[in-house]
Unconditional design. Structure first.
Length: 451
């Protein structure tokens, strides 16, 4: 059987895709302008806008969203009467963490052992390239059979909600019959997967004050209340003995009944050290896809180097709570804040501040678009059937789009399989996954248009 022309076209475009991903990864587009220059994000946005214009998109615009960042929009009209498909990705990235710990520079796309390494290569600048490759393949093989809208977000990793609020203020802009979110990933390399659920997220900053200023630990220690010690107790209260998340009033016994994640595979994917036990109870899938999970993202306190023998007057932490489908993120935020306040010891003064929030998401997998995607993925991955999985991460825009366009079908695919190590040191993308998923998306658009 001869190869599908879409498959052949995408294969021929991969060298160009590598060059373009190299250019896009080079932008330090972290949407935290206290850490990285705004100009880096603006340059990345302009790169995406120029790429859309080069593919014939109309109405290409840099949208100034309420959180002070820019999202990139473009419209590619299809045949009269064709359905409209919105393709989503984001060009902003996580900070590189410890740049010295990277095997190769984080903002230099580097090929090694069959993968392309660089911050954003999988999450989600690779997603931008996936959409471009799919559209180019269609244009080379009879044309794009649907009307396409593309939206590339500029602050997804920060959870500041700029695009969600912009979409709510301009509800017609992103309206579509089907939405393909290119910010998820296969369960494993070579296993085509759509993500059926997403946990939501809330970010809360907590601060504890006990003294007007730091005190000499020899003179006052033992009676003066230590704010850092109080904070440690508060943070410890968020976990049971087995490591399960324990926020007062928030249930944590939900069960995942889909694709399972073997514990040995998870230990390998997560690079858990020998002898260290996993936390929580239930299956791994229960814990990472169906239940809440708290993480302490950072603590403000004196570093070890240069520390003085002092009782600390104040300390603060940033806490993330992943919220499972079926739980309202706003209610979970209230429960988390109440828990922190209730468990603060010694009458210490405590303040909490929510700084980000996104609702969980559950897709309708019985829709015609899912049937078209299953057929497309079966062709792009010969011998494999499309799988349904959850994802512990959050894409807050999903719920906004679902609320704005309740009849739209929403599918989540992408390049963030376990080996990609998104958000971590040495993030990478499999070029084979980029190629196959681009083929799958192109075939999906053909099949969906014909359905």
């Amino acid at each position: 059987m001869s190869p599908n022309p879409i498959t052949e076209t995408v294969a021929s475009l991969m060298p160009r895709a590598k060059v373009e991903l190299t250019e896009l990864v080079a932008f330090k587009s972290v949407a935290d302008f206290d850490q990285f220059p705004r100009s880096e994000s603006e340059a990345a946005a302009n790169w995406v806008a120029d790429a859309l214009r080069a593919e014939g998109f109309q109405d290409v615009a840099l949208l100034d969203t309420p959180d002070g960042t820019q999202s990139v929009y473009g419209l590619l009209p299809g045949p009269e009467g064709a359905p409209t498909v919105l393709l989503y990705a984001h060009y902003d990235v996580q900070p590189p963490l410890d740049e010295a710990a990277w095997t190769s520079p984080p903002f230099v796309l580097t090929e090694r052992d069959g993968r392309w390494y660089g911050r954003g290569s999988a999450d989600c600048k690779g997603g931008v390239l996936m959409h471009l490759l799919a559209l180019r393949a269609l244009k080379a093989n009879g044309g794009v059979p649907v009307t396409v809208k593309v939206i590339a977000e500029g602050s997804e990793e920060q959870g500041t909600g700029g695009l969600e609020r912009y979409a709510e203020q301009h509800p017609d802009l992103l309206a579509a019959d089907t939405i393909v979110i290119g910010d998820a990933g296969n369960f494993r390399v070579g296993l085509p997967t759509v993500t059926a659920t997403l946990r939501g997220m809330t970010l809360v900053r907590v601060r504890i004050d006990t003294l007007e200023g730091n005190l000499h630990s020899g003179q006052f220690g033992g009676a003066a209340p230590d704010a850092l010690a109080a904070l440690v107790r508060v943070l410890d209260s968020l976990r049971a003995e087995d490591g399960s998340t324990t926020v007062d009033g928030l249930t944590g016994d939900e069960v995942w009944d889909g694709l399972q994640y073997e514990e040995g595979d998870f230990r390998k994917d997560a690079k858990v050290l020998d002898g260290v036990r996993l936390i929580g109870k239930g299956t791994v899938a229960d814990r990472i896809w169906a239940r809440p999970a708290v993480t302490v993202l950072g603590i403000d306190c004196p570093p070890v180097v240069g520390a003085t023998p002092s009782v600390q007057a104040a300390a603060r932490a940033l806490i993330s709570l992943r919220v499972p489908p079926g739980v309202d993120a706003a209610e979970a935020t209230k429960l988390l804040q109440a828990h922190l306040e209730t468990h603060t010891p010694w009458g210490a003064q405590v303040t909490t501040e929510q700084i980000g929030q996104g609702q969980p998401f559950r897709a309708d997998t019985t829709s015609p678009a899912y049937a078209a995607m299953a057929e497309a993925m079966g062709e792009a991955y010969p011998g494999e059937e499309m799988q349904y999985a959850g994802q512990g991460g959050s894409i807050p825009l999903c719920n906004t789009l679902a609320a704005l366009y309740p009849r739209a079908e929403i599918l989540l695919i992408g390049l963030s399989e376990p080996e990609a190590q998104i958000h971590a040191v040495d993030e990478s993308v499999s070029p084979q996954e980029l190629e196959r998923l681009s083929v799958a998306e192109a075939l999906f658009l053909q099949k969906y248009a014909a359905s």
